[in-house]
Design a binder for this molecule. Structure first.
Ligand SMILES: NC(=O)c1ccc[n+]([C@@H]2O[C@H](COP(=O)([O-])OP(=O)(O)OC[C@H]3O[C@@H](n4cnc5c(N)ncnc54)[C@H](OP(=O)(O)O)[C@@H]3O)[C@@H](O)[C@H]2O)c1
Length: 411
């Protein structure tokens, strides 16, 4: 079909769906040469590029339940492709099996999140969406309308999907990307009378996600720890971080003494400015930082361990460390070292969440969300990598449904 016809036919298909009130999926056939230049045939490349951008620009029909996507395969053995120089076909790894194109088409049909999506299919890299969310984030701008106050409007149709996407761990590994894949699972109908179907739009990623994907959190250690976190007012707060941006955020949050470990030596500062030691330490870095915190703990001090992010990565993943002399040190100063694992306090979540929401409403609790956008469930692994890069400032959040990416989440 000529590319001009693709525009006309797509509009015709949209109209037909609208008139029949039967929204569905339209798949245009582009080509990999619409994504990058095919020097041998510039006109072909240009027209396929047009198909790609035309289709991508129709993403917002998703609001009406109509999803228009484009397939961009490299060479399949058709009459047209057989006329090309075989050396050129060999360069890209040979002809694609037609089954791969069919698989791609089914993915674009069955995956409810795909709208205005462009699926590149190549022998070398398999099925890959183009552009990646990171590339998209570079050019995306927020329309002025979505900056208006109280303009929250659902861009979704109220159609109930038949399936949902979920991330499953298929191989235990601390490399979240290698351990997991995104699969589509059917929703179980009918819904039970006392059940509610919720759509997750934003999800936060957590440093410990790599411990779930490596299975470290399921070792069977269910020991209950009865410690309480004394978050109440009246303390002089010292906080550590790596980088100027984070230091500024901590200062703005009201921290009394920020130690940016890229600028100052934590041990030197603590020795000089807190010679009596620190009463309560909330520790999440582990390794050398744990040693340092333990040595800086005051008499009767309490050290709460919530994690050990510095030990999660590396070749072997999370490697437990030996803390030589721990018992002697805490005995010597009658100190307490306690663990705090959120999942073992699930019974207190609701109560505690209410408290946090109240504090937030009163302006006493400030929430920082990292501004880097991550769009779609497939970007969760990128978000996990970013969290572990040390560059994040605030909670790293993934917008699970990209059609909501222009909307601001509200408490
Ligand atoms: N106990 C629980 O139930 C529970 C629940 C959730 C999270 N956690 C723990 O809380 C900690 C923070 O998790 P989060 O999800 O809230 O993430 P987060 O605070 O957003 O973590 C990102 C920050 O960690 C620091 N970091 C990253 N890699 C590091 C490394 N190799 N060495 C030292 N610092 C590094 C970086 O800050 P700087 O470089 O500025 O230090 C980075 O900005 C983790 O240890 C996690 O396991 C515990």
């Amino acid at each position: 079909m000529a590319e001009g016809d693709i525009i006309g036919c797509t509009h015709l298909a949209i109209q037909t769906m609208q008139q029949a009130k039967k929204p569905g999926v339209i798949i245009n056939l582009g080509s990999a040469s619409g994504l990058y230049p095919m020097y041998a045939d510039p006109i072909y490349s240009a027209s396929k590029g047009g198909v790609v951008m035309f289709t991508r620009s129709l993403a917002l029909y998703k609001r009406q339940g109509i999803r228009i996507n484009v397939l961009c395969p490299e060479f399949v053995q058709t009459d047209l492709a057989s006329k090309l120089d075989p050396k050129f076909i060999d360069l890209v790894g040979g002809f694609l099996p037609v089954e791969m194109v069919v698989k791609g088409a089914f993915e674009l049909i069955s995956d409810e999140t795909k709208a205005g999506s462009c699926l590149w299919i190549s022998k070398r890299r398999g099925l890959e969406y183009w552009p990646t969310p990171a590339e998209e984030a570079k050019y995306r701008v927020r329309p002025l309308t979505s900056r208006r106050k109280s303009s929250f409007m659902s861009p979704l149709s109220t159609q109930i999907p038949q399936s949902f996407e979920k991330i499953v761990v298929h191989t235990l590994n601390h490399d979240f990307r290698r351990a997991t894949s995104v699969i589509s699972a059917p929703l179980r109908f009918p819904l039970k009378p006392d059940h509610v179907l919720l759509k997750v739009i934003y999800a936060g990623v957590n440093a410990s996600d790599v411990n779930f994907s490596s299975g470290r959190y399921f070792s069977g250690d269910k020991k209950d720890i009865k410690s309480r976190l004394p978050f109440d007012a009246g303390f002089e707060v010292v906080a550590t971080c790596g980088g100027k941006e984070k230091a500024k955020l901590l200062k703005d949050l009201g921290v009394d003494r920020v130690i940016d470990y890229k600028e100052e030596n934590i041990k030197t500062v603590l020795k000089a400015e807190f010679p009596e030691g620190v009463d309560i330490v909330y520790e999440s870095v582990g390794g050398e930082m744990f040693d340092l915190c333990l040595n800086a703990l005051a008499k009767y001090g309490r050290l709460v361990v919530i994690g050990m992010i510095s030990q999660y990565q590396g070749d072997q993943g999370w490697k437990p460390r030996n803390y030589t002399g721990l018992c002697e040190k805490i005995l010597n100063k009658s100190q307490t070292v306690a663990g705090f694992f959120l999942v073992q306090y699930a019974h207190l979540w609701q109560q505690h969440l209410d408290k946090l929401v109240d504090l937030y409403s009163l302006g006493k609790l400030k929430v920082a969300v990292d501004p880097k956008p991550f769009l779609g469930v497939n970007s969760v692994a990128d978000a996990v990598d970013y969290l572990h890069s040390g560059k994040s400032v605030g909670k790293v959040v993934v917008c699970i449904d990209p059609s909501f990416s222009q909307q601001l989440a509200k408490l």
